[in-house]
Design a protein around this ligand. Structure first.
Ligand code: HEM
Length: 204
C-alpha cells in the first residue's frame, strides 16, 4: 500500500484489518460460542484469559504510572479487568492459584498502550455475544453470572466509542499510527499463541 494511503487510513480501520486473522484464530480456538461448551472448558478458557489479562495490565499499569494524563484521558483505571477474571474463576469454583502468564513486551509509550488496549477493549464487543450465549447453557443456568466478558453492561458502546475517539485524537495530534498497529498486532499474536493449548483440548 502506498505510504500516503496508509497514513490517511483511519487508525481504527487499520487496527481491525491488521488483527483480523489473529482475532479469528482466537475466536476459533476458544470456541466460546459452542452450544456444547462445558463448565470445565469455560474454566480452562477463563484461566488462560486471566493470565493474559494480568500480563497485559501489568505493562499498561507501568505506562499509566509514567503517563498519568494520557492514562486518565483513556479512563485506564475504569478499564482494568484482571480482577473480574479472578472473580469469575471463583464463581466457577476454580482453584485460587495465580494463573501462568504469557510474556508481553513492555509498554513503551502511549502509542503502544493504545495498541494493547485496542485488543482488550475490543473484546468487550464480542463479550456481549458471549455473555448472551453463556446464559443459554444448561451447565451455567441457575444464577451463575460471569462479569469479565462483558464488564461494562449498558456502557459497552459508550466505553468503546470513548476509546476510539481517544485513539483517533492521539494519532491526529502526532501519535505514531504504525506503532499503535504494531503493538496491537504483537498483543494479539501473543494472545493467539497463548490460547493454543485450549485448541488442543477441543481436538482431544
Ligand atoms: C470466542 C471468543 C470471541 C468471540 C465470539 C468474539 C466475537 C466478536 C464479535 C462478534 C465482534 C464484533 C462486534 C461488533 O462489531 O459489534 C468482536 C470484536 C472484537 N473482538 Fe472479539 N470475540 C471473541 C474473543 C475475543 C478476544 C479474546 C479478544 C481479545 C482479547 C477479542 C478482541 C476483539 C476486538 C479487538 C474487536 C474489535 C474489532 C473492531 O471492530 O475493530 N475478541 N469480537
Amino acid at each position: 500500500m502506498p505510504q500516503e494511503t496508509r497514513g490517511d487510513a483511519d487508525v481504527l480501520r487499520r487496527l481491525r484489518s491488521a488483527t483480523a486473522a489473529e482475532h479469528e484464530r482466537v475466536e476459533e480456538t476458544l470456541g466460546l460460542m459452542d452450544p456444547r461448551l462445558t463448565r470445565e472448558r469455560l474454566a480452562t478458557v477463563l484461566e488462560l484469559m486471566h493470565g493474559f489479562w494480568l500480563a497485559a495490565e501489568e505493562g499498561l499499569d507501568g505506562w499509566a504510572d509514567r503517563e498519568p494524563r494520557a492514562a486518565a484521558e483513556l479512563q485506564w483505571a475504569d478499564r482494568r479487568r484482571a480482577a473480574l477474571f479472578a472473580a469469575d474463576r471463583r464463581t466457577l469454583g476454580s482453584p485460587a492459584a495465580e494463573p501462568a502468564r504469557p510474556g508481553l513486551p513492555p509498554v513503551a509509550g502511549t502509542d503502544e498502550a493504545l495498541g494493547r488496549m485496542y485488543v482488550l477493549e475490543g473484546s468487550t464487543l464480542g463479550g456481549t455475544f458471549i455473555d448472551r450465549h453463556l446464559a443459554t447453557l444448561p451447565e451455567l443456568s441457575g444464577g451463575v453470572r460471569l462479569r469479565a466478558f462483558s464488564p461494562y453492561g449498558p456502557e459497552t458502546g459508550p466505553m468503546w466509542h470513548a476509546f476510539r475517539r481517544a485513539a483517533r485524537a492521539h494519532v491526529a495530534t502526532g501519535g505514531d499510527a504504525d506503532a499503535v498497529v504494531e503493538a496491537a498486532r504483537t498483543t494479539f499474536t501473543v494472545l493467539a499463541d497463548w490460547c493454543r493449548p485450549a485448541r488442543a483440548e477441543v481436538r482431544a
